[in-house]
Design a protein around this ligand. Structure first.
Ligand code: SAM
Ligand code: FES
Length: 358
């Protein structure tokens, strides 16, 4: 009896989340803890219905250029942290970055995401120069930066140069948990301030967290969901934590596919028009992870455009996929994967569209 009561309660909460686009903290916790196998499919079906209402069957492509794996930070979970003496370091020149974008444009990309460690080689002026050059060559494209924390005036300069979007995962909305994942030199408050500054400037902002990061509890995830609802990012990047052998979290367990998919569906219902990527990390812990992500409500994928000789060096975690393929190969493979689950990759900037949902 009790088992069927739990099942009904959780399914009712999914219905409530769908109609009210929010739940109480205790209700979110029940949704995250429900272990009925039919529940994830029930949530995913609702998530697909709502994503199709706003975005149809389209999946947006973002061309990812990993510009540098040199980082001044030391996040405990990250394979490119400064203290990892075994990482083989590289950085791309402005010319190399522009070449990647030119090649990506030919392949049909209309959004370029420049991501990298916090590498002081890229001064404000250099980033401004790179962003301006991309916009000059490809005025119909969106430029997304994911280069970590800066002060507001730097973010403003990049925006003025033409950057449209900025991805900066909040990593966790709980200060104590943040401090368990980062050394004392990094600050939760500064990370949150950066997100606020980016929004104030006018970027389309992406935040997000790892799923199953060390010491993460259900309460932390509930706080993340609450933060997402309040902050209202245009994009939410989530993926499983995956250990990297050269970090102090090497022995910690990876996040699970199931919890990542459940959170993708919950986030789709919570923020119906949000841009939601099916990430490389999800594709790394499950060979069909990205397809499953699309079926759980995701609507963005980010094939890799980095030059093939540096691909194998941007290793945030172990066993990362797509480190050997050429860009053209990556996009073909991605288009096939997406169509295998009944969706289609589209050539478009894929801006966030606000459908005026409260
Ligand atoms: N430096 C920029 C920043 O901090 O936003 C961008 C690069 S950073 C490496 C990109 C993201 O990778 C981080 O926000 C983090 O969530 C994710 N990441 C790092 N290490 C990871 C790991 N071991 N498993 C899964 N994701 C990881
Ligand atoms: Fe580079 Fe975390 S190790 S930002």
């Amino acid at each position: 009896m009790e088992e069927s009561f739990d099942r009904t309660a959780a399914f009712d909460l999914a219905d409530k989340l769908e109609t009210e686009k929010d739940l109480t903290d205790a209700e979110f916790a029940s949704v995250l803890l429900c272990d009925d196998p039919g529940f994830d499919e029930y949530l995913a079906e609702k998530a697909r219905t709502i994503r199709e209402k706003y975005y149809g069957k389209s999946v947006y492509l973002r061309g990812l250029v990993e510009i540098s794996n040199i980082c001044k930070n030391n996040c405990y979970y990250c394979g490119i942290r400064r203290d990892n003496a075994n990482a083989e370091r590289y950085r791309l020149s402005e010319e190399q970055i522009l070449d990647c974008c030119d090649a990506g444009y030919e392949l049909g990309f209309r959004t370029f995401v420049l991501q990298g460690g916090e590498d002081p080689y890229y001064t404000d002026d250099l980033i401004v120069s790179i962003v301006s050059a991309i916009k000059e060559r490809h005025p119909d494209c969106a430029v997304t930066l994911s280069l970590g924390e800066f002060e507001k005036d730097s973010y403003q300069k990049f925006f003025d140069a033409g950057a449209d979007r900025y991805l900066l995962r909040h990593e966790t909305a709980d200060k104590e948990h943040y401090e368990m994942l980062h050394p004392a030199e990094m600050s939760f408050e500064h990370r949150m301030q950066c997100l606020k500054d980016l929004k104030d400037i006018g970027y389309q902002v992406g935040c997000g967290m790892m799923v199953g990061s060390p010491y993460q509890t259900t309460e932390h995830l509930v706080k993340d969901l609450r933060f997402l609802k309040e902050f209202r990012p245009e994009m939410v990047g989530i993926g499983p934590f995956i250990p990297h052998h050269d970090t102090q979290f090497a022995e910690h367990e990876a996040g699970t596919v199931d919890m990542t998919l459940r959170l993708l569906s919950v986030i789709r219902l919570l923020l119906p028009d949000v841009l939601l990527p099916a990430t490389t990390a999800l594709g790394t812990i499950d060979p069909r992870g990205r397809e499953k992500g699309i079926l759980a409500g995701a609507n963005v994928v980010m094939p890799n455009l980095s030059p093939s000789d540096v691909r194998g060096k941007y290793l945030l975690y172990d066993n990362k996929i797509c480190t050997g393929d050429e860009a053209a190969e990556c996009i073909r493979c991605m288009a096939m994967r997406i169509s295998s689950v009944g969706y289609e990759t589209v050539v478009a900037r894929g801006d966030h569209v606000s459908f005026g949902i409260e």
